[in-house]
Ligand binder design. Structure first.
Ligand code: MSP
Length: 497
């Protein structure tokens, strides 16, 4: 059976998850479920937390907490969010996991053996917030870091450098020939343009005086491994690289080398994944990932989500506010999570930036779910229950043949178009009901009326099947109702006023 690895970035353990983080994880879960259910392939879905780095240590200190206790808070929050969102991960990796530390050290030693690491004195403008060196070009016209609005410090230190420049040709070939496929295509062009300027070697360690919270460089305790070469390695730790992972049953060759590896991320961290990471892997003698899906960043009300502006959308708060309707819904607490999943997948294109507001959420909920899908389920099953008698079968459908457009969208990760496809079917059923009026026909021509209801029952079943990766519980509930041939005792989606 074909193996798939689907990954999210590992999120910094320094803040609560917001809607942007939730989006990447829901997208990953949706793609992973799709591969399992529709392509009947094995999919290992990996997510987790990036827990090292000075910023995290300093934030912990500012809160008077031991760093491990500080990190734990965010682990708990992310896991609670995943549970609420029905995000089914196969491993939640942490960069403080023992097996990960082992793998990072082994990776370091192998890259050193390949002759790709060297020591060099370096002096440059360093932003503590970003934990990276900056060039003039990276700064605002006032000379400030655009993300942290502070002036970088001048830092001079001896670091270990990785010979990234050596891999210029390899990387150009890898990306331009789609051996590493970057979706969407325009991101690939941006990367190739960036590489045309020439790749420079990158620093792979920091003085442990500046960065003490991390994995020490093997045999050089004056240096700490730079967070990115620690964090990126998580993807192979989880696949049991070098047989060093916790799960010895995983076969590294099967998943990583021969499988389909897909990294999901926002555009902010593409360079690390498409350039640094494959070069590191090449130095190790390991294949590059097969695919990268780069989604845009989500803004709220047209602006970047920020605590200062006060427009950060907390996914838990959104789910809870819709769950206030749960007592009146047959979906119970799955109402909030399935709605949230639906909303982000339908409202945000995986290929470009998207905007989200609470008003837009309410609009879509009432239009698409309360009036659209929920209403259709009620009306159709009320008629089927009344006129089709007792049933325990599922309608026969051939998704592979009749819904190629949906499958093609999913295969190219165009989850938004696939989601729209499902709701187009919902609309078509509504129109069918309105123009054919089976509720009237059945009174004058029973056979014809029943045929129409069978058609609607079949269409509803298709809708439920296709919905699985998007709204897993809604899909299951609708399928059960169809099987029992019963209208729901309570609506799926009561109106949100
Ligand atoms: N720790 C690094 C990643 C290391 S991966 C080896 C990191 N962490 S992060 O917490 O900042 O998460 C970044 C990711 O969160 C983005 O790439 C994206 O997937 C998601 N998002 C964060 N803000 C987002 C939006 N506003 N919109 C959409 N996604 C966003 O970078």
């Amino acid at each position: 059976m074909k193996k798939n690895l689907v990954t999210t970035p590992i999120y910094y353990a320094s803040g609560s998850p917001h809607l942007g983080h939730a989006y990447t994880s829901v997208l990953g879960d949706t793609i992973s479920r799709y591969k399992q259910v529709f392509e009947k392939e094995d999919s290992f879905f990996l997510t987790g937390m990036d827990e090292h780095g000075q910023k995290i240590l300093e934030k912990a200190k500012a809160e008077n907490l031991d760093v491990m206790d500080f990190i734990q808070k965010f682990n708990t929050e992310y896991k609670a969010l995943y549970k609420k969102l029905n995000v089914n991960y196969d491993r939640f990796i942490r960069t403080t996991d023992k097996d990960h530390e082992e793998v990072v050290k082994s990776v370091w030693n192998k890259i050193l053996e390949s002759g790709d690491l060297y020591e060099k004195e370096y002096s440059g403008m360093y932003c503590v917030g970003c934990e990276s060196f900056k060039t003039e070009k990276d700064l605002t016209s006032e000379g400030l870091c655009p993300d942290h609005l502070v002036k970088p410090i001048i830092l001079t230190e001896k670091n270990w450098f990785f010979k990234l420049s050596k891999y210029q040709e390899y990387l150009t070939d890898l990306i331009s020939t789609n051996k590493l496929k970057i979706t969407p295509e325009y991101r690939k062009k941006e990367l190739l343009n960036f590489m045309d300027e020439g790749l420079r070697d990158i620093s792979f360690s920091r003085s442990s005086k500046v960065m003490s919270w991390g994995i020490p460089v093997p045999n050089d305790d004056t240096q700490t491994i730079y967070v990115w070469c620690d964090a990126l390695v998580n993807y192979i730790t989880a696949c049991n690289y070098g047989n060093l992972g916790v799960d010895k049953s995983l076969n590294f060759k099967e998943i990583w080398e021969d499988g389909n590896t897909l990294h999901l991320m926002g555009k902010d961290i593409l360079k690390f994944h498409a350039i640094y990471w494959p070069a590191m892997l090449k130095s190790l003698g390991v294949s590059a990932p097969k695919e990268i899906l780069v989604h845009g960043l989500i803004t709220s009300g047209g602006q970047k989500m920020s605590k200062t502006i006060g427009n950060v959308i907390d996914p838990i708060a959104v789910i809870d506010s819709y769950n206030a309707l749960a007592v009146n819904s047959i979906l119970e607490e799955a109402l909030g999570s399935d709605f949230f999943r639906y909303f982000v997948l339908k409202n945000v294109s995986p290929f470009s930036d998207g905007d989200v507001t609470l008003e837009r959420m309410k609009e879509l909920y009432n239009a698409d779910l309360a009036n659209g899908l929920g209403n259709l389920v009620n009306r159709t099953l009320r008629l089927c229950e009344k006129y089709l008698g007792s049933r325990s079968d599922f309608p026969k459908v051939n998704l592979q043949k009749d819904h190629i457009e949906f499958l093609e969208s999913m295969n190219s990760h165009d989850v938004m178009t696939a989601c729209n496809y499902i709701f187009k079917l919902v609309n078509e059923c509504d129109l069918y009901m309105q123009s054919n009026e089976p509720f009237k026909v059945i009174k004058v021509d029973e056979a014809k009326g029943k045929e129409m209801l069978e058609h609607l029952r079949g269409q509803l079943f298709i809708i439920a099947e296709l919905l699985h990766p998007f709204m897993p519980r809604t899909s299951e509930v609708i399928k059960n109702l169809i099987k029992e041939n019963k209208m729901p005792e309570k609506p799926l989606f009561p109106r949100y006023e």
